[in-house]
Design a binder for this molecule. Structure first.
Ligand SMILES: Cc1cc2nc3c(=O)[nH]c(=O)nc-3n(C[C@H](O)[C@H](O)[C@H](O)COP(=O)(O)O)c2cc1C
Length: 218
């Protein structure tokens, strides 16, 4: 069992989009899945399931669907980038380049972990507000994050993707996901081609955290 400090894992968990097709040992897959089960969920209901897609034909179909979504998303993203400052443009272009690679190779990932959720088992406490509801996601993405951190610990590349959620009916039909289950994320996982996880760029605490009231510095 590999050991990495928790802070070190969080500080270096970045989107790894270039993955080798080499298989992942079953015991390693089991460990990262078990880490997902440890996540907190509302009422401890664990209203999520994950389908570990290994079968070639299904992965290829997911890859085709993902590539369609990525192509549309990247075109919009690139169009919006025209006026951005050079440093930002360069960073984003690097990300989009890696995204293009993933778009072309998504279906060749050794594993695609498709996270599903059951809205009937969730107490979605913000569902009656006149804004988009986010609370339900809190009982799924905790498990997703645990899985990503465990992948980091195992030296596995991975990236949280959500583009496939836009074609949920096709994904549900392909993977025999029954109603009322929905899809929340698809995580391609594999050993990295390049350096894999490493330094990340994030805003500082002072920009994101306040003291006592909105906008008051810590
Ligand atoms: C909710 C969510 C949805 C995401 N969806 C996608 C996606 O569909 N495709 C993709 O390539 N990356 C996706 N990402 C990855 C983000 O682009 C990535 O985490 C972010 O750019 C930070 O990258 P870094 O960790 O390498 O710094 C998603 C991340 C989150 C949290």
């Amino acid at each position: 069992m590999p050991e990495i400090g928790l802070y070190e894992a969080m500080r270096t968990l970045r989107a790894v989009r270039r993955l080798r097709p080499d298989p992942i040992p079953d015991d390693v897959v089991h460990r990262v899945l078990e880490a997902a089960t440890w996540a907190p969920t509302g009422g401890n209901r664990q209203p999520w399931r994950v389908i570990v897609v290994k079968e070639r034909v299904s992965k290829e179909r997911l890859g085709t669907l993902y590539a369609e979504q990525w192509t549309k998303f990247a075109a919009r993203y690139r169009a919006n980038l025209a006026g951005a400052e050079p440093a930002m443009r360069e960073r984003t272009e690097r990300m989009l380049g890696a995204g293009d690679y993933l778009g072309a190779h998504f279906g060749q990932s050794p594993i695609i972990a498709v996270f599903c959720f059951n809205p009937a088992e969730m107490a979605i406490t913000d569902s009656s507000l006149s804004r988009v509801s986010v609370v339900g996601g809190g009982s799924i993405y905790t498990a997703v994050e645990n899985l990503l951190l465990a992948c980091r610990a195992e030296g596995l590349g991975c990236v949280l993707t959500t583009l496939l959620c836009a074609c949920e009916p096709e994904v549900a039909a392909l993977l025999a996901i029954p109603p009322p289950w929905g899809t929340a994320a698809a995580i391609p996982i594999g050993y990295p081609i390049l350096r894999g996880h490493g330094p990340i760029t994030r805003r500082p605490v002072e920009e994101l955290a306040f003291l006592d009231s909105w906008g008051k510095p810590l």
